[in-house]
Ligand binder design. Structure first.
Ligand code: AHG
Ligand code: MN
Ligand code: MN
Length: 332
């Protein structure tokens, strides 16, 4: 049997890809891994522990304040980043504003991290896969000062690293630093991630399409024509494609990354700017998709080229296998 590679060994072995690396990014990736193990543990107990499942703001039987798992996850990651001292600030889908950390070590740190602590959280109550998505940038404000909004509002092309953790049948961490995509599966018995999906590539074409078809009547004619093509015998495979929609972006994306497919959440009248968030969901997954040979657009523009103007900005999202995204864009 060949030797197993732990996430930590892998991160250390890749540090030499960056000649001036100080080890900060490596330590930050380890902080993410640590927090994800804590959250994975909480996710696996959902339903058992009263305070984890209840609605935010309610009380459990002991009269304690209930916390939603989104908030538990948000706090676990923020704690790991604060204690780790590798980022000067964070922005999270769960918080209205970004946080600039106060400590001297944090103010001297070079990175910021933006994240969706729990994606697909409406699926928790029904035992379906959920995840965490993250995006790392080098700060643009001077070192030794507090993080600013400008550090957070950078286009996706500036990402230094991005990834996600999928709390599925097993817990899997997938990330890129711009030199390919690698996936690591958590062995829960010893709390260690092992390299299980080296150098992930998204098939150039696929047969899976993932879209909330309940919104079909609101889609524009081009998208409706594309979906009709997917459902017809006139497509490249001569039989209808298969529809697959979990409703957890991170899980839908992961399946399509491995099997080949397209995920679409367009702009619709009920969500005129789209539903998904550019900074916490679309940019990190777009970076991974491109690194794996796929594509991501908002329907017109490359996701990574969009200059963000606000923290919780939403965009239309088309992501997946290269030929499928191009076809949906009307390029073939
Ligand atoms: P979140 O749980 O972080 O708010 O994200 C939910 C997102 C995404 O995961 C999913 O693909 C999409 O919302 C589902 O939206 P619809 O229910 O409108 O299909
Ligand atoms: Mn989300
Ligand atoms: Mn979320």
């Amino acid at each position: 049997m060949s030797k197993l590679t732990t996430l930590h060994e892998f991160i250390v072995s890749k540090q030499k890809d960056f000649p001036f690396a100080t080890g900060e990014l490596s330590r930050l990736l380890n902080d993410i891994a640590l927090a994800s193990k804590i959250v994975s543990n909480d996710v696996r107990k959902a339903g058992l522990v009263d305070h984890i499942l209840g609605a935010q703001g309610g009380q459990n039987v002991q009269g304690e304040e209930q916390q939603k798992l989104d908030v538990v996850a948000d706090e676990a990651f923020i704690r790991a980043f604060k204690n780790g001292g590798e980022v000067c600030g964070i922005a999270s889908e769960e918080n209205d504003d970004f946080l600039a950390f106060e400590s001297e070590q944090a103010q001297n740190a070079n990175y910021v991290i933006l994240f969706d602590p729990l994606d697909g959280s409406s699926n928790i109550d029904v035992n379906v896969s959920i995840g965490t998505i993250f995006s790392i940038y080098r700060r643009v404000s001077p070192q030794g000062t507090k993080a600013t909004l400008a550090d957070m509002l950078q286009p996706g092309t500036q990402q230094v690293a991005a990834g996600y953790v999928l709390y599925g049948s097993s817990t899997l961490l997938v990330y890129t630093t711009g030199k390919g995509v690698n996936g690591f599966t958590l062995d829960p018995s010893i709390g260690e991630y092992f390299l299980s999906h080296p150098d992930m590539k998204m098939p150039e074409n696929g047969r899976l399409y993932s879209v909330n078809e309940g919104n079909l009547n609101d889609f524009d004619p081009q998208l409706r024509a594309y979906l009709a093509y997917c459902q017809s015998n006139e497509n490249q495979t001569g039989k209808p494609y298969s529809g697959r929609y979990i409703g957890s972006l991170v899980a839908d994306f992961h399946r399509n990354l491995i099997k080949g497919g397209i995920y679409i959440y367009p702009t619709v009248p009920s969500a005129p700017n789209g539903r998904l968030r550019l900074l916490y969901e679309c940019n990190p997954l777009a970076f991974i998709a491109e690194q794996a040979g796929g594509l991501a657009t908002d329907g017109q523009r490359r996701i990574l080229d969009i200059q963000p103007t606000e923290l919780h900005q939403r965009v239309g999202f088309y992501i997946g296998s290269k030929l499928m995204v191009e076809k949906a864009m009307g390029l073939h």
